[in-house]
Write a protein that binds this ligand. Structure first.
Ligand SMILES: NC(=O)c1ccc[n+]([C@@H]2O[C@H](COP(=O)([O-])OP(=O)(O)OC[C@H]3O[C@@H](n4cnc5c(N)ncnc54)[C@H](OP(=O)(O)O)[C@@H]3O)[C@@H](O)[C@H]2O)c1
Length: 256
C-alpha cells in the first residue's frame, strides 16, 4: 500500500472514478495528504491518481467491486489508521418509460452497493478508528433520501437507509471522538445524473459539489445537503403530511 507507515492525513474515497468521487479526490489532493482511491475502472483510476499526484498528494489505488464482500473486507483490514473515509461509490436504477418495474437484478445490485457495502465499509474501518479514538466517516446519501421519488423507488430507499444509518452511527460514536456525516446532494452532473429520468433543477458541477462537501466535512456538519433551495424543498417533503408531499411530487413532474 505504501500508506501504512505514513504520518500524512490518510483519506479513503470509494467510487473515486465517478464524477463526484474524482472531484473529491482532487479537492483533497495536496502535499501532506495520502489518498487511497477506489473504483472499478482501472483507466479512470490511474488517470485520477496521476492528477492527484501532480497536485502533491501521495496516492495508492484499489480496483474492486464492492459487491465482492470478501475481497472488500480483506482489503480494508489492511488499511489501518484512516483519518477520513468517504463512502461514495453508488449506482442507480429507475422504472421503465411505460412504468415497468425496476429490473430485479439491478435492484439487488443497488441495495448491495449503495446500502450493504456502505455499512460493511464503515464496520471494517471502525475498529482502528475506535482504538485511536478519532476518525471521520462520510456517507453518500441523496436528497432522494428525504422522500421516495416515484421514478427511482429502490434508489430512494437505499439513500434513505444510508441517511438513517449514518445518523445512527453519529449518535453511537460521537462520544468516542468519531465523526460521522451524511452527504445529501441534489443533482450533480455525472453519468448517473444524466441517466436519471425526470426534471433536474439546479444541476451543480462535481467540483462545486466537492468543495461544498469538503467545507461541510471540515466543520463536521452532521448533514451536508445542497443545493438550496432544492435541499429545503425536499426536506419539507419529509415533514409535510404525506398526502401533500405526494401531490407536490406529482405536480413537479416526478410522477411515474
Ligand atoms: N450525481 C448526482 O446527481 C447524485 C446525486 C445524489 C447523490 N449522488 C451519489 O453520489 C455518489 C457518486 O455519484 P456520481 O453521480 O458521481 O456517480 P457515477 O459517475 O455514476 O459513478 C458511480 C461510482 O460508483 C462506483 N461503483 C458503482 N458500482 C460499483 C461497484 N459495484 N463496485 C465498486 N464501485 C462501484 C463507480 O465505479 P466505476 O465507474 O469504476 O465502476 C463510480 O466510481 C453515488 O453514491 C450517488 O448515488 C449522486
Amino acid at each position: 500500500m505504501g500508506c501504512h507507515l505514513n504520518l500524512n492525513r490518510q483519506i479513503l474515497i470509494t467510487g473515486a472514478t465517478s464524477a463526484i468521487g474524482s472531484a473529491l479526490a482532487l479537492q483533497y489532493a495536496a502535499p501532506g495528504a495520502c489518498l487511497i482511491l477506489h473504483g472499478r475502472k482501472k483507466d479512470l483510476l490511474d488517470q485520477i491518481a496521476s492528477q492527484c499526484r501532480a497536485l502533491g498528494a501521495q496516492v495508492s489505488s484499489q480496483q474492486l467491486d464492492v459487491r465482492d464482500t470478501q475481497a472488500l473486507q480483506a482489503w480494508l483490514k489492511n488499511l489501518p489508521c484512516l483519518d477520513l473515509v468517504i463512502i461514495n461509490a453508488g449506482m442507480n436504477t429507475h422504472i421503465g418509460p411505460q412504468g415497468q418495474a425496476e429490473p430485479w437484478d439491478e435492484v439487488d445490485a443497488l441495495i448491495d452497493v449503495n446500502l450493504k457495502a456502505s455499512m460493511l465499509i464503515a464496520q471494517s474501518v471502525l475498529p482502528t478508528m475506535r482504538e485511536r479514538g478519532r476518525g471521520q466517516i462520510a456517507f453518500m446519501s441523496s436528497l432522494a433520501g428525504y422522500f421516495g421519488l416515484p421514478v427511482t423507488p429502490a434508489y430512494s430507499a437505499s439513500k434513505a437507509g444510508v441517511k438513517a444509518y449514518a445518523e445512527a452511527l453519529r449518535g453511537w460514536l460521537a462520544p468516542e471522538g468519531i465523526r460521522v456525516n451524511v452527504i445529501m446532494p441534489g443533482y450533480v452532473k455525472s453519468p448517473m445524473c444524466d441517466a436519471m429520468p425526470g426534471p433536474k433543477p439546479w444541476v451543480w458541477t462535481p467540483a462545486r459539489a466537492a468543495a461544498t462537501i469538503r467545507r461541510g466535512l471540515d466543520k463536521d456538519r452532521p448533514r451536508i445537503s445542497f443545493p438550496f433551495p432544492l435541499n429545503w424543498g425536499t426536506w419539507w417533503l419529509a415533514v409535510l403530511p404525506a398526502a401533500w408531499s405526494h401531490r407536490i411530487v406529482r405536480w413537479l413532474g416526478y410522477g411515474a
